[in-house]
Design a protein around this ligand. Sequence first.
Ligand SMILES: [Zn+2]
Length: 126
Amino acid sequence: MPAEQYSDANHIELQCVGCTNVLTFSLLQLGPEGRLQCEQCGKQYVFTPELRDKIQRFEQLLRAVYNARDMLGSANVGIAMKGEEVKVPYRLLLTRLNTMLTLNVGGTETIFRFRVEPLKMVEQTS
Ligand SMILES: [Zn+2]
């Protein structure tokens, strides 16, 4: 089902530094040279193999979290509140997992947002 759905879809968002247009792309779309161009202002982005590797590993992390969703749903973390321990499901914590990745692109700190949050699917299936 949706487990692999987001791996080949255009799901990474990057705000163009030239015109603030939001570029939506996937790693596959970048091709072997790792090029991405803003349709609005023409600014070119080049993703080095190192950058692409980081993005790929981040995607793997998101996928791993998604694949472990059934275990995460039954795991709890204890939080002490006013002397009482409150159990919070890991799943709930992970829905707040930051799916933004900041990478250095050509000397500029650039934020990539991963639009598909795998844990949103968890909420829908339960
Ligand atoms: Zn632009």
